[in-house]
Design a protein around this ligand. Structure first.
Ligand code: ATP
Ligand code: MG
Length: 356
């Protein structure tokens, strides 16, 4: 174990960060995307600091496969852009750079200052940047050149002890950004980390803040959850902490109303988790089927409909409209919702070719 030193306000030398070497953190350089390595090397060659940060470092330590590799540097967006021809600056509020490698996009951001709390847009140092990250497990920096993990906040210890601990003060973390509550329950499930009673309590008491979040941001988080192999644990926790009302209000109401619906819905969610384990890239329509099928069953007496005279097109149109409302605030592309509604109707025994 090594240390990074700095000085305190009196000019005294103090330990600022713990540095874990390769044999201590067990991240194998082979598991780092070679294009991410190349981006870091190019930034280093230009004289800048550059690290892999956030989810990828967390996932590599836990033993999960990273979805993407986010990079952080002290180069400003315009400097980053000059180094990579295949890049573009994005974002109005806080600018960062997308570096494009074939079909892959890497997010390269500049260290942010915490001068205006954790939502301000001023550039800063690594020591400030770390203080704006939501949870300690998401606040580790990996240096692939030295093969070291730099830990300012005890994130490595928390990962090993299976603890989800906020970096940002508990009275600010969710007020400043309610989506962090969804992130909390997601990472708690995917890394098997426990929240303190205080944190869980805070989430339950702050759940209503999610009402202010835009449907598009809610949808973005919900889609990540729908793709997770831990969806069962996440939805369970979201129901327990009253967050699910904001993700899937109609489903949450039916669940709180009826034990029977809850049992069926949770079984479908469990099945979706299994699908995500074996076929994570399955089309959205296939995944939505698990979300709507139990609801579709409640819509009508399907045994009668099988024998009855209602035209398929009419049954379909009615069911589609009901499902479209049921999944709000999510607004899936029509083609995918159609796929899931047809499959759900099929599961109720009505086939399109069996009816006019
Ligand atoms: P995953 O991509 O697997 O969901 P991630 O941790 O990489 O997990 P991203 O949304 O890609 O999540 O964010 C990258 C990093 O940026 C996080 O690890 C965290 O350090 C920081 N971050 C993202 N969103 C927030 C937020 N709302 N508040 C504070 N820090 C955040
Ligand atoms: Mg990420």
């Amino acid at each position: 174990m090594l240390f990074r030193y700095g000085t305190d306000s009196h000019g005294r030398l103090i330990k600022k960060a713990v540095v874990y070497t390769q044999n201590e953190h067990s991240i194998s350089i082979k598991n780092i995307d070679p294009d991410a390595l190349q981006i870091i090397n190019r930034l280093r060659d230009a004289g800048y600091a550059a690290y892999i940060v956030g989810g990828a470092v967390r996932d590599l330590i836990v033993g999960n496969k990273p979805k993407d590799f986010d990079i952080v540097t002290d180069a400003t967006p315009s400097k980053i852009k000059k180094i990579f021809r295949n890049s573009r600056i994005i974002g109005r509020r806080f600018r960062l750079v997308h570096v494009v490698f074939g079909s892959k996009i890497f997010e390269v951001s500049t260290f942010r200052s915490n001068a205006e709390g954790s939502v301000g847009n001023v550039f800063g140092t690594i020591e400030e940047d770390v203080q704006r990250r939501d949870f300690t497990m998401n606040a580790l920096y990996y240096d692939p050149v030295q093969q070291q993990v730099i830990d300012y906040v005890g994130g490595m210890r928390d990962i090993k002890k299976h603890i989800l601990r906020p970096v940002i003060a508990i009275d600010r973390i969710f007020v400043e950004d309610p989506v962090r509550m969804l992130r909390a329950i997601k990472y708690s499930a995917t890394t098997h980390a426990k929240m303190s009673h205080q944190l869980r309590h805070k989430i339950r008491n702050s759940a209503n803040l999610l009402g202010q979040v835009s449907p598009s941001r809610i949808t973005e988080e919900l889609l990540k959850i729908l793709n997770s192999s831990c969806i069962y644990e996440i939805v369970q926790e979201a129901l327990d902490t009253d967050l699910y009302i904001y993700l899937q209000p109609s489903a949450a109401c039916l669940i709180y109303d009826s034990k029977d619906f809850e049992r069926k819905y949770m079984e479908s969610i469990r099945q979706l988790g299994e699908l995500n384990k074996i076929d994570p890239d399955a089309r959205l329509g296939k995944k939505l089927l698990f979300i709507i099928k139990d609801f579709v069953k409640t819509l009508t007496d399907w045994d009668k409909e099988v024998k009855g005279k209602t035209a398929y097109s009419e049954l379909y149109a009615r069911t589609w409209a009901e499902c479209r409302n049921f999944v709000l605030p999510m607004n899936p592309v029509r083609r995918e919702l159609e796929f899931s509604v047809k499959a759900a109707i099929g599961q109720c025994g009505v086939k399109s070719h069996s009816k006019k």
